[in-house]
Design a protein around this ligand. Structure first.
Ligand SMILES: NC(=O)c1ccc[n+]([C@@H]2O[C@H](COP(=O)([O-])OP(=O)(O)OC[C@H]3O[C@@H](n4cnc5c(N)ncnc54)[C@H](O)[C@@H]3O)[C@@H](O)[C@H]2O)c1
Length: 362
């Protein structure tokens, strides 16, 4: 007798621009994959974002977080549109979700996928495979500070960074534990030569955690040198742990080295599972190509792989990642990777590839 499907209710937030192209592509792929692994997705779509803001004055309604809290996961496209200042779209939607749901781990894998050209001559598929763990709810992105004397020649702005022991310890512990399941190497991004309070504190906690995790080899570099090493020798990194700002910048760099920001995935995780976690590509809403049907859906679909993993569906996650790699290996890719396929063609190729998978008996 066939088992009843395992059901997941997922909040789907396409957001703005190409979010409205890559998110539907990914849900179509997931709907074709699900039944083969005994999974049923129940999608609840929310049309929040910049258009909603232009109509209502807020990026999402007042009860949005209550609504979202009822789901097993949140699947987001991208937010941001010309005409709405970026700090409004970010602080009106993404940051409240990350913070209210205590998604303090931002996991961003960067791997050079088959056939994807890197701008670096020496980078080849298989020799770059890292995960950046970015602290996601405190650090340099704080609302503490202010502006004074605007419009005068005494004008000034102050922005405070917030590093708490609880916040730094828990994200580092997550990174150490992740490194222990991989190649056993963790790198810390610091800047304790120039930033004299928060970064020496970051380094102290890293040293304490290193002593608690003797199975993991560690090193640390100032962020400027580390950025250069991401370009010169990306293969040396396994797991990298970084503060909110440093992790944000490093992961765009890692994505560029891995071929395109269009393939880069991310997971905003609440490891204790008290709240839903959120899965979204690293890229933004790409207004320059929105509406042309050529957005790369791989970043969104790889984010779906991370979501499946988080939901405990490892077989389905592995099958989906294998299908992505196989489609790319065949050269079916969007123009940002040097290909000629459009979003719909990449999506159709993935669905076709998944159709050939033997159904597992889980
Ligand atoms: N998480 C998010 O929702 C998020 C992240 C970054 C930027 N943004 C917002 O997105 C808007 C545009 O920002 P931006 O231009 O700095 O960054 P972006 O990531 O949207 O675009 C940068 C460049 O990469 C290209 N690109 C991005 N994703 C692609 C894809 N899937 N396929 C092919 N090409 C792709 C774009 O065409 C563009 O040339 C802004 O409003 C910004 O605030 C949102």
């Amino acid at each position: 007798m066939s088992q009843p499907a395992r059901e997941y209710t997922i909040a789907a937030l396409p957001g703005d621009g190409i979010g409205n192209e890559v998110l539907p592509a990914a849900t179509e792929v997931l709907d074709s994959l699900g039944p083969r692994f005994g999974i049923q997705f129940r999608w609840q779509h929310y049309e929040w974002g910049c258009e909603y803001y232009q109509r209502s004055g807020t990026m999402m309604p007042e009860n949005a977080l209550d609504e979202l809290s009822r789901h097993d996961a949140i699947f987001l496209g991208a937010v941001g549109a010309p005409g709405v200042p970026d700090h409004i779209s970010l602080w009106g939607m993404l940051i409240p979700i990350r913070r209210e749901f205590d998604q303090y781990v931002n996991m961003r894998p960067a791997r050079l996928l088959p056939n994807v050209p890197s701008p670096l001559a020496q980078a080849r598929s298989g020799n770059m495979d890292m995960i950046v763990i970015r602290e996601n709810v405190e650090g340099e992105y704080s609302r503490i500070g202010g502006r004074l004397y605007s419009g005068t020649d005494a004008e000034m702005a102050i922005q405070e960074a917030v590093f708490t022991r609880r916040g730094v310890e828990r994200v580092m512990r997550y990174a150490f534990e992740l490194a222990a399941t991989r190649r056993g190497h963790l790198t810390s991004a610091t800047k304790s030569n120039g930033i004299v309070f928060t970064m020496p504190f970051w380094d102290e906690v890293f040293a304490e955690q290193t002593a608690e995790h003797p199975g993991v080899k560690t090193d640390q570099f100032h962020i400027d040198a580390l950025a250069a090493m991401f370009v010169l020798d990306p293969a040396r990194f396994d797991v990298v742990v970084a503060s909110n700002l440093f992790g944000d910048i490093l992961t765009d760099l890692a994505a560029a080295v891995a071929g395109s920001i269009g393939v880069a995935p991310s997971a905003n995780i609440n490891p204790e599972r008290r709240f839903p976690s959120m899965f979204e590509p690293v890229h933004g809403s790409a207004p320059d190509i929105a509406g042309r049907g050529i957005a790369n859906p791989v970043g969104q679909i790889w984010s779906a792989v991370l979501m499946l993993d988080h939901l405990g569906e490892q077989d389905a996650a592995a099958a989906l990642m294998a299908a992505v790699e196989s489609v790319l290996a065949e050269g079916i890719m969007t123009p940002d990777l040097g290909g000629t396929a459009n979003t719909a063609e990449v999506t159709a190729a993935l669905i076709d590839r998944l159709g050939a998978i033997q159904v597992t008996g889980r």
